[in-house]
Design a protein around this ligand. Structure first.
Ligand SMILES: Nc1ncnc2c1ncn2[C@@H]1O[C@H](COP(=O)(O)OP(=O)(O)OP(=O)(O)O)[C@@H](O)[C@H]1O
Ligand SMILES: [Mg+2]
Length: 294
């Protein structure tokens, strides 16, 4: 309140009967990761948790003691300069790094409390639960329909009617249905880049993952397609938990609920997006989001 402005009515006396609002605190977080989370709401539920994650490509130490919580039905943005480990970290969440020769992870990554690196976990099954959208749209050289039906078919679904329903629902969720509904049998490769990326998102959504990882999904797209992708992220977050890597600061600020700032393999700062962008705790974070380096 501006006390200097005499025209403003005086503030009402504090209502001593009313309970003070609860202080900002962290929900179901573990201590380690919670300590790095600034102001998560009390109702937040974490889905994935990285605890003391170190990652090595041979001798190269690419991630250093990462502790991070991914909250349910929220968009978590990962930002930071090129080469700081954002994609590496993203891939630890669905074991995509397993495919890299000489790569090694220490620490733990859990989803709903289950260690995803436990020997009992089937990586293919895990990647159905944790889907991924890449920087460059990568539609398969087949029809639009077959692209979206690909995952459900792999998982054993053959019923034509059900497949048709899944394809329609997924294309609608990915905001592509109206543009392609009359040509789903045509090649996906004939779509524009922005449409191809939305198709790839539909393909991921078709298997109803719980978590969707997006590695710079709009960086190869024009502003209009970027806007469409941001819009669809906002829409699908009612049902999905999203982790988004982006170099676009405006995008991180616009769409995400939480932001993690990576620098040289370390998670420098993590918390509610508005706090990271308005009152970063570390100078490096501030410099980066103000565009002073990176
Ligand atoms: N397959 C690999 N083998 C060896 N080193 C790798 C491999 N992939 C990444 N690295 C190294 O790990 C570090 C982190 O790379 P990563 O791709 O995670 O960075 P990034 O933050 O996603 O960068 P960018 O913003 O450019 O995509 C880099 O130094 C990179 O050279
Ligand atoms: Mg990357």
């Amino acid at each position: 309140m501006n006390l200097m402005n005499s025209e403003k009515p005086a503030a009402p006396p504090p209502d001593t009967n009313k309970a003070a609002p609860p202080p900002p605190e962290v929900g179901s977080a573990s201590r380690t990761a919670a300590a790095t989370t600034r102001r998560a709401g009390t109702n937040e539920r974490s889905r994935a948790e990285a605890r003391d994650v170190d990652f090595f490509y041979g001798d190269f130490h690419a991630l250093k003691k990462i502790n991070l919580l991914v909250y349910d039905r929220r968009i978590t943005a990962l930002i930071g300069p090129s080469g700081c480990g954002k994609s590496t970290f993203l891939r630890t969440l669905n074991r995509m790094n397993d495919l890299i020769e000489g790569a090694r992870l220490e620490g733990s990554v859990t989803i709903d409390g289950q260690d995803i690196y436990a020997p009992s976990v089937d990586p293919a099954e895990l990647r159905k639960r944790v889907g991924m959208v890449f920087q460059r749209p990568n539609p398969f050289p087949m029809s639009i329909f077959d692209n979206v039906a690909y995952g459900p078919r792999i998982h054993g679904l053959n019923n034509k009617k059900t497949l048709g329903e899944i394809v329609e629902r997924s294309l609608k969720q990915a905001a592509l249905w109206d543009e392609v509904k009359d040509k789903v049998k045509q090649s996906a490769l004939a779509l524009s880049g922005g449409q191809q990326q939305r198709l790839c998102i539909a393909r991921v959504l078709a298997v109803e993952p719980e978590i969707v990882l997006m590695d710079e999904p709009a960086s190869a797209l024009d502003p209009n397609s970027t806007y469409r992708i941001e819009e669809l992220m906002q829409e699908i977050k009612a049902d999905y938990t999203i982790v988004l890597v982006t170099h676009n600061m405006q995008q991180a600020a616009r769409v995400s609920d939480y932001t993690g700032f990576f620098l040289k393999g370390e998670l420098m700062e993590f918390g509610a997006t508005e706090m990271i962008f308005t009152t970063p705790e570390k100078k490096a974070t501030e410099d980066y989001i103000r565009g002073r380096f990176g």
